[in-house]
Design a protein around this ligand. Structure first.
Ligand SMILES: NC(=O)c1ccc[n+]([C@@H]2O[C@H](COP(=O)([O-])OP(=O)(O)OC[C@H]3O[C@@H](n4cnc5c(N)ncnc54)[C@H](O)[C@@H]3O)[C@@H](O)[C@H]2O)c1
Length: 253
């Protein structure tokens, strides 16, 4: 098991990609802290992991609440004495161009997609630098390297995640801490439900993906979990400040 004895925190691990990433880390021996604002979702992920023979606990919190994040991370640090992996994954997609987007949604996007990643990384970093090792993975998106039509809040925040990842990587490599970003393309999870509704239903999104994605289909969460495992494990031990795009070829055309 390639993550034996490691403690990992995964935000947004109650569903979708976050859950699949949490599960594969647990399969590889990590104790996983399932951090999610949704109690039922977090609990379900923990139960799935434990049923599969893994080790996990839930941490129910809104990652945009600084106080809750600080209390939660310090409780984990006190309980386990270490945090080896932080996967900052929780994020939101708020639609609209410059004039349409709700200001509140724009601010919420920056708070969740960027600032919460920044805060969680800042809180775990002292433990990692003291240990002389650690891994932070920030979820961006193919929208962090492309520009989507009428999605100013999402594309700008996901581009910022990449800038922040590279900045942190450069600053903390000397302490043995690696920081990389993951850019998934279209992954079939509840995250896309608002976009599917906006497009006019499942058939519309299926033909859109068939046309836009060279591989012609959605990713299954398992196809994102494997790159997550690569990035948080020693398999990527000489990689920092990099952006791994897993998008079925969408960004090459
Ligand atoms: N699914 C895709 O197609 C796709 C593609 C590219 C990037 N992403 C990125 O992946 C992340 C989530 O996608 P997913 O498909 O796993 O979504 P999902 O909807 O399946 O799961 C998101 C989870 O995050 C939790 N969450 C939301 N806000 C939170 C908060 N404030 N605090 C704590 N937890 C919170 C939700 O409760 C939920 O359990 C986002 O960062 C998104 O930008 C997704």
């Amino acid at each position: 098991m390639i993550l034996a004895n490691r403690v990992a925190i995964v935000t947004g691990a109650g569903s979708g990609i976050g859950r699949a990433g949490a599960s594969i880390m647990a399969r590889e021996g990590a104790h996983v802290v399932v951090a999610d604002v949704d109690f039922m979702n977090a609990d379900e992920t923990v139960r799935e992991i434990v049923a599969a023979g893994g080790s996990a606990e839930s941490l129910v919190l809104d990652v945009t609440d600084d106080r809750a994040l600080e209390d939660g991370i310090s409780a984990i640090a006190n309980r386990h004495g270490r945090i080896d992996i932080l996967h900052n994954h929780a994020g939101a997609q708020v639609a609209g161009d410059l004039e349409q987007v709700a200001i509140e949604g724009f601010d919420k996007s920056w708070a969740l997609n960027v600032r919460a990643h920044f805060m969680a990384a800042r809180l775990v970093m002292p433990l990692m630098t003291r240990a002389g090792k650690g891994v932070i993975l920030n979820t961006s998106s193919s929208s962090g390297v492309l520009y989507d039509r009428e999605m100013i809040a999402y594309t700008t925040t996901k581009h910022a995640v990449i800038a922040m990842t590279r900045q942190m990587a450069g600053d903390y490599a000397k302490f043995g801490v690696r920081v990389n970003a993951l850019c998934p393309g279209w992954v079939d999870t509840p995250f896309n439900e608002p976009f599917i509704a906006q497009m006019g239903g499942r058939d519309a999104i299926e033909s859109y993906i068939a046309e836009k994605v060279p591989l012609g289909r959605w990713a299954d969460v398992s196809e994102i979990a494997e790159p997550i495992l690569f990035l948080v494990s020693d398999r990527s031990s000489y990689m920092t400040g990099q952006i791994l795009v897993v998008d079925g070829g969408e960004t090459v055309v």
